[in-house]
Design a protein around this ligand. Structure first.
Ligand code: SF4
Length: 694
C-alpha cells in the first residue's frame, strides 16, 4: 500500500501500457502532470499524450446535465425513463431485444456493474465493448491455446529478451513508453536484436535490426515457415513436448503452407529464421496489425504455436505478448465485458460457471448463451431485433467499420441512450437520452494494463455539473428496474471487493483470474492500493504463467492449432488500392480528448493519406493535394502525403478524424464490416478502395 502525501497518484487515460501518473491540480481546472517514478509500468516516463493530459481536463464541450430529446432534465427524470423503456422493451420483446455497447476506457468497477446488470439481471448476453475492435482475436487465440485468456509474460521480458519481434505493432507510436523501455534496453545491450514485421516502414523501425515489409495479412504464413523450420531442425523442446496437444497437426499444416505468400525474398526469410532460432530468449509482441483481420485468431495462434513448440513461454525474456490498445481492455476481459464471457474469465457456455455466478449475484436468471458481438449487435439494431440500446463511453458512429451504416442504425433505433463525457460527438447527436458521465481526473476505480497489472485511477478534480460516475448511473437504472439490493453500492471499493470475492469462487472452478487477496480490502486500503499484478490469491502473487507446462485446458495441455494462412480477399469491384489504417502518435481514438490539446494537434494537424510515389504519379496527385478515397460503403477526403514508407498499392490513413462522410477524413466510413469468424473482431486494417483527386 502507498500512503505518501503529495500529488494524486493515478493512471494514464490512454493506451494499454498503463503508465502511472502524478497529477497536481493547478486550481484553475487544469493539472500539472508528471510520470510516476514508482509505477512499475513506466518508472516515471510518459509519452507526449500522457504528458498533455492536463490540457484535456477543461470543461469546454462537456456534457454537464442529463438530456431527454435534446432538453436538459434532472437525473430522476432521465433514469426513470431509461429504466422504464428498457423494462418495457424486455417485457414486450424479451431480454435479447436490448443491448449495451461499452468501452475499454470504462473502469473495471463500471464494467462490472454493466455486466452484472445485463447478464445477471436483464438475463441477456447482449453486452459488448469497443475492445472487440481491439484485441478480441488475442482473447480467442489465448483461449484456444491455453484454455484461458492469460497473458503469460511481463513488460520486463521485452527488456530481458535477446530477440524482440514486433509484428502488427507500431509500438513507437501506439505504446510509446513500452517502446522507450525496449529502446533503452537495446541501447544498454546492443547485442539484443529487434525485428519489425510490418508492410509499412513505421517509426518503430528506427531500432530494428531487420524490417520485414511483408505482404499485408501474411503474418501467419511467416510464422508457419518458422514453425516448419523449428521442426526441420529438431528444435522442438523435449521438456515441453509432453505438455502440448495438436503439435503434429500444426507442424503438418505449417509444412504445407507457402512462405512466398509473405512476398519476402528467401534471404530475408532466412535471416528472420536465423535471428529467431538463434535466441533462446525471444518475445514476439503483437497488436492491432494481427488482431484486426478476418483471420486474426489464426495469426495469433500461428505465433503462439512457435513459442509453445520451443517451450519459449512463461520464463524470463520469452513468450508471445499481446499489447492492448485501450487503458482497460484487459479489465474488460477480466470482468466479462465481452458478449461471450462471464466475469472472472468464467465461461458463459459452461452451466456450472453460469450457476455459480448467478448464485453469487443472487440474480433471478443469467444469460444462457453468448450475446451479439459488436458488428452483429449493430446489425441487430439496424434490423430492429434490438429496440433499446445503451452506448457507454464510446463513439461507434466513427469507430465501427461501415461507420455510416452504423450511424444510420443507431439513428433508427427505437430508444438510444448515450452516456458520455462530451456533449457533441458523432454518436451523442443520435441519442434519445444523454447522460453526463465523469471523465479521467474525476473518476475513481481500477484499470488493468497489458501485463495484468491492476492500477488505481484516482480523482483529483470535482465532478462537473451533474456528471456522475458510470457505475453509479448503471446502478441507478438497476435499482429502478427492480433490483435495489444487487445495485446498492455506495463506493467503488465495495464493487471491487465484490468482484474480488467472486474471483475467489472462480479460482476454485479453475479460472486463472483470482484476486481473492483483495476481497477483504477496506475502503482505506482501496484508496491506498499500489499497483498489483494478478493473480493475487492466498497462494500466488503475480509472476509469469505456463513455465511449468500446466495450462487451463481440461487435460492441462496447451493446444497447438493447424493454421492455413489466408490473405485478405483479392481487390474487386474496380478498386485499385488496399487501404491500411492505424493510429498516429499524438491522437487517441476519435480525438474527443486529445483534440482539446493544441500541443497534440501540432504533430499532425489533419487527416492524411500516405501514398507511394508510384501511386501518386499514376493518379497525378501531388503532395498536399486532397484525395477522395471511396468504395461502396462510403467516402473519406484526405490530404496526400507522398512517401515510400508505404508499398505501392497499399496506402495508409489514420483512424482518428471524424465528420460527415464525403467531406472529412473519417476512414471508418470506407472500412467494410468483415469479421474474424472465431473472435468476431472486425478486419479494420484492410479496405479495398479507389482513389481520385478531390
Ligand atoms: Fe499514456 Fe500509453 Fe503514453 Fe503511457 S505510453 S503515457 S499509458 S499513452
Amino acid at each position: 500500500c502507498d500512503s505518501r502525501p503529495g500529488p494524486v497518484r493515478t493512471t494514464c487515460a490512454y493506451c494499454g501500457v498503463g503508465c502511472g501518473v502524478l497529477a497536481t491540480p493547478d486550481g484553475t481546472g487544469g493539472a500539472a502532470i508528471e510520470g510516476d517514478p514508482d509505477h512499475p509500468a513506466n518508472f516515471g516516463r510518459l509519452c507526449v499524450k500522457g504528458s498533455a493530459l492536463g490540457e484535456t481536463v477543461g470543461l469546454e464541450g462537456r456534457l454537464l446535465a442529463p438530456q431527454i430529446g435534446g432538453q436538459e432534465t434532472d437525473w430522476d427524470q432521465a433514469l426513470d425513463l431509461v429504466a422504464r423503456r428498457f423494462a418495457g422493451t424486455i417485457a414486450a420483446h424479451g431480454p435479447d431485444s436490448v443491448a449495451f455497447y461499452v468501452s475499454g476506457q470504462l473502469l473495471t468497477e463500471d464494467y462490472y456493474v454493466a455486466n452484472k446488470l445485463m447478464k445477471g439481471f436483464i438475463g441477456s448476453g447482449n453486452i459488448d465493448t469497443n475492445s472487440r475492435l481491439c484485441m478480441a482475436s488475442s482473447v480467442a487465440g489465448h483461449r484456444r491455446a491455453f484454455g484461458s485468456d492469460t497473458v503469460p509474460g511481463l513488460y520486463e521480458d521485452l527488456e530481458m529478451a535477446d530477440t524482440v519481434v514486433l509484428t502488427g505493432s507500431n509500438l513507437a507510436w501506439c505504446h510509446p513508453v513500452l517502446y522507450q523501455r525496449l529502446a533503452a534496453a537495446k541501447t544498454a545491450r546492443p547485442s539484443m536484436r529487434v525485428v519489425v514485421i510490418d508492410p509499412r516502414r513505421t517509426a518503430t523501425c528506427d531500432i530494428a535490426d531487420l524490417h520485414l515489409a511483408i505482404e499485408p495479412g501474411s503474418d501467419a504464413a511467416l510464422f508457419n515457415a518458422l514453425l516448419a523450420e523449428i521442426d526441420r531442425r529438431g528444435l522442438a523442446s523435449a521438456r515441453f513436448r509432453d505438455h502440448l496437444a495438436g503439435a503434429d497437426e500444426a507442424i503438418a499444416a505449417a509444412r504445407l503452407s507457402d512462405p512466398s505468400m509473405t512476398g519476402l525474398d528467401p534471404a530475408e526469410l532466412a535471416r528472420f529464421l536465423e535471428i529467431w532460432l538463434a535466441s533462446e530468449k525471444v518475445v514476439t509482441v503483437y497488436s492491432q496489425g494481427i488482431n484486426q483481420s478476418d483471420s486474426g485468431t489464426d495469426k495469433v495462434n500461428a505465433i503462439i504455436n512457435c513459442h509453445l513448440l520451443t517451450g519459449r513461454i512463461g520464463r524470463e525474456g520469452m513468450g508471445p505478448f499481446s499489447v492492448t490498445g485501450q487503458p482497460n481492455a484487459m479489465g474488460g476481459r477480466e470482468v466479462g465485458g465481452l458478449a461471450n464471457m462471464l466475469a472472472c474469465h468464467l465461461e458463459i457456455e459452461n452451466p456450472m460457471h453460469r450457476d455459480t455466478v448467478r448464485d453469487f449475484w443472487n440474480s433471478p436468471h443469467i444469460a444462457e448463451r453468448p450475446g451479439l458481438k459488436a458488428v452483429d449487435m449493430f446489425r441487430a439494431v439496424e434490423d430492429g431485433r434490438i429496440k433499446a440500446l445503451w452506448i457507454i463511453c464510446t463513439n461507434p458512429a466513427v469507430s465501427m467499420p461501415d461507420a455510416d451504416r452504423v450511424a444510420r442504425a443507431i439513428a433508427g433505433c427505437d430508444f438510444t441512450v448515450v452516456s458520455d463525457v462530451m456533449a457533441r460527438t458523432d454518436t451523442t447527436r443520435l441519442a434519445d437520452v444523454l447522460l453526463p458521465a465523469t471523465g479521467w481526473g474525476e473518476k475513481n476505480g481500477t484499470v488493468t494494463n497489458s501485463e495484468r497489472r491492476i492500477s488505481r485511477q484516482r480523482p483529483f478534480l470535482p465532478a462537473p455539473g451533474q456528471a456522475r460516475d458510470d457505475w453509479r448511473i448503471l446502478a441507478g437504472v438497476g435499482r429502478r428496474m427492480g433490483w435495489p439490493d444487487a445495485f446498492a453500492w455506495q463506493h467503488p471499493a465495495e464493487i471491487f471487493a465484490e468482484y474480488a470475492a467472486l474471483s475467489e469462487i472462480a479460482g476454485t472452478l479453475g479460472s486463472d483470474f483470482d484476486i481473492s487477496a483483495c476481497a477483504a480490502m477496506t475502503r482505506a486500503e482501496y484508496d491506498r492500493m499500489a499497483p498489483i499484478l494478478w493473480p493475487q490469491s492466498a497462494t500466488r502473487k503475480g509472476g509469469r504463467f505456463f513455465a511449468d507446462g500446466r495450462f487451463h485446458t481440461a487435460d492441462g495441455k496447451a493446444r497447438m492449432l493447424p493454421i492455413r494462412p489466408q490473405l485478405p480477399e483479392a481487390i474487386a469491384d474496380g478498386h485499385l488500392f488496399r487501404l491500411n489504417t492505424g493510429r498516429v502518435r499524438d491522437h487517441w481514438h476519435t480525438m474527443t480528448r486529445t483534440g482539446k490539446s493544441p500541443r497534440l494537434a501540432r504533430h499532425l494537424a489533419e487527416p492524411f493519406l500516405e501514398l507511394h510515389p508510384d501511386d501518386a504519379k499514376r493518379l497525378n496527385l501531388q503532395p498536399a493535394d486532397l484525395a477522395r478515397v471511396a468504395n461502396r460503403h462510403g467516402t473519406s477526403v484526405l490530404r496526400v502525403l507522398v512517401t515510400d514508407r508505404v508499398k505501392p498499392g497499399h496506402p495508409f490513413a489514420p483512424i482518428h478524424w471524424t465528420g460527415e462522410t464525403g467531406k472529412a477524413g473519417r476512414v471508418g466510413a470506407v472500412v467494410p464490416a468483415a469479421v474474424d469468424p472465431v473472435s468476431g473482431q472486425p478486419a479494420l486494417k484492410s479496405a479495398a478502395v479507389s482513389i481520385e483527386r478531390y
